[in-house]
Design a protein. Structure first.
Length: 76
């Protein structure tokens, strides 16, 4: 495939400025690794990297993270 790679720097900058999750490098790598599994997996990786208990996280927070990720990647 010749699809351009997502701009991960922009994605993580948006997560930081829009959602307030400024991930460290290790957390970013986990999110990038989870992306091929889908947006829900990547959203869970973001929450895990921030120490948020995903099952108990507010739905609005999960949606905000997922929407932010979706704006920067094209699901495969």
């Amino acid at each position: 495939m010749t699809d351009a790679a997502p701009d991960f720097d922009a994605m993580f900058a948006a997560l930081c400025s829009e959602v307030g999750f400024c991930l460290h490098e290790k957390g970013q790598k986990k999110v990038i690794a989870a992306l091929p599994k889908g947006l829900d997996a990547a959203m869970k990786a973001v929450l895990a990297a921030e120490g948020v208990d995903e099952p108990n996280a507010p739905g609005d927070l999960k949606k905000a993270v997922r929407d932010c990720l979706k704006a920067h990647v094209q699901p495969g």
